[in-house]
Design a protein around this ligand. Structure first.
Ligand SMILES: NC(=O)c1ccc[n+]([C@@H]2O[C@H](COP(=O)([O-])OP(=O)(O)OC[C@H]3O[C@@H](n4cnc5c(N)ncnc54)[C@H](O)[C@@H]3O)[C@@H](O)[C@H]2O)c1
Length: 351
């Protein structure tokens, strides 16, 4: 069996989950790792057994035998690193958000088409077991026509610091970092309708709450808090070409009781809520009923990154059609850009 040689660009926090996913597969060889932080990448390569170590991804991409890379850098490097990798003939799994903006995302999509290589976007929530089960129910008609959805990803004190608060490296705050997950998941569940218009609002009222003493659950690898020039709260209403509407709310800092990460979908035959566990709201025999799939390990909120990485490798090794392709990343970038533009101009953006 020919092993697929993989490389990692950016060996910070999330890259560890990528490597764990690759290590679970028999047909993958951990081959090269790259980070601008030399000590970090050396420690990383030693820990997992990556053969080659680089501090410049252009040098790493000269390895002819390297087949595929995960791009796990901060957001401003997603486009240049992915395009360089595609041009060097590598398959790419790029972390979310796809890029800083739609223009970059389109350039990435074009590079993938020209190279004839796979560019998959790491919309990891699609790969959760709960999401798979919900999608199965939707595809079988359980929900009827879905015409409204609500997506929330709210943190009370959750700015990870470092580059996440620096617009020149992140492209934005909670909308591009967290909102991207739930906006994508809803659109995916709805059957990928095209966005037609967007209204949005953003705030920066509480900032990154660096004054608060309680610990934050997620921190950037370099988490100094010198810069915070992104929004701390973003709200949006997105209308799709099939008439459906999504409202989204997402924050790094907000005066709420506890963090929320949820989506709710409302259809003509039933509604559904994803957490704390998948539940449907419907009617049977003129009674309102709540339906919960029987408890099963398959329903637990696990399997995210393992499933995503396994799918990436399956696409490369077996030509399986990618369920999280570049074109989906482009559509999501259009929505994110439009929320920011609407917030800036105070007007609805027609796409
Ligand atoms: N899918 C998810 O649930 C999820 C969760 C967290 C982060 N992410 C995404 O993963 C990416 C990384 O986030 P993180 O939390 O790991 O950040 P991090 O700060 O921990 O790591 C980023 C790494 O990228 C490195 N880097 C920056 N520029 C580079 C370059 N030119 N070449 C090589 N390395 C470079 C940094 O030195 C750092 O080690 C972001 O795009 C983020 O949105 C996704």
């Amino acid at each position: 069996m020919k092993k697929i040689k993989v490389g990692i660009i950016g060996t910070g926090n999330i890259s560890h989950t990528h490597t764990a996913g690759y290590m679970a597969l028999d047909n993958v060889e951990l081959y090269a790792a790259c980070d601008i932080n030399e000590q970090r990448v050396k420690d990383y390569a030693r820990k997992y057994g990556y053969k080659h170590v680089f501090t410049d991804y252009n040098e790493m991409l000269k390895l002819e035998e390297l087949d595929a890379v995960s791009v796990c850098t901060w957001n401003s490097v997603h486009a240049p690193a992915s395009i360089a990798a595609l041009k060097a003939g590598k398959h790419v799994l790029c972390e979310k958000p796809m890029a800083m903006n739609t223009e970059e995302a389109l350039a990435m999509e074009k590079a993938a088409k020209e190279a004839g290589k796979l560019l998959m976007i790491g919309f990891v929530r699609r790969f959760g077991n709960d999401a798979r089960i919900l999608k199965d129910f939707i595809d079988s008609g359980m929900m009827g026509d879905i015409y409204y959805a609500k997506a929330s990803y709210l943190r009370r004190n959750g700015c990870p610091g470092g580059w996440f608060g620096d617009k020149s490296r992140s492209g934005g705050g909670p909308l591009i970092d967290l909102g991207v997950h739930v906006i994508d998941l809803v659109r995916y569940m709805m059957g990928k309708p095209k966005p037609v218009s967007v209204t949005g609002a953003t705030f920066n009222k509480l900032g990154d709450r660096r004054n608060i003493k309680s610990t934050k659950e997620y921190r950037a690898s370099d988490d100094s808090e010198e810069i915070f020039d992104v929004e701390d709260l973003a709200l949006g209403m997105i209308k799709f070409d099939n008439g459906s509407v999504l409202t989204v709310e997402t924050s790094f800092s907000l005066n709420i009781e506890k963090n929320v990460a949820d989506i709710e979908l409302f259809g003509t035959r039933s509604g559904a809520k994803l957490s704390p566990e998948l539940k449907f709201y419907s009617e049977i025999n003129d009674y309102l009923v709540d339906v919960t799939p029987a408890h099963d390990t398959a329903l637990s909120f696990t399997g995210l990154f393992e499933n995503e990485i396994a799918h990436f490798i399956d696409c490369i090794a077996n030509g399986t059609e990618c369920i999280s392709p570049a074109e989906d990343g482009v559509e999501i970038m259009k929505i994110l850009d439009a929320v920011y533009e609407s917030a800036r101009t105070g007007r609805e953006v027609v796409l």
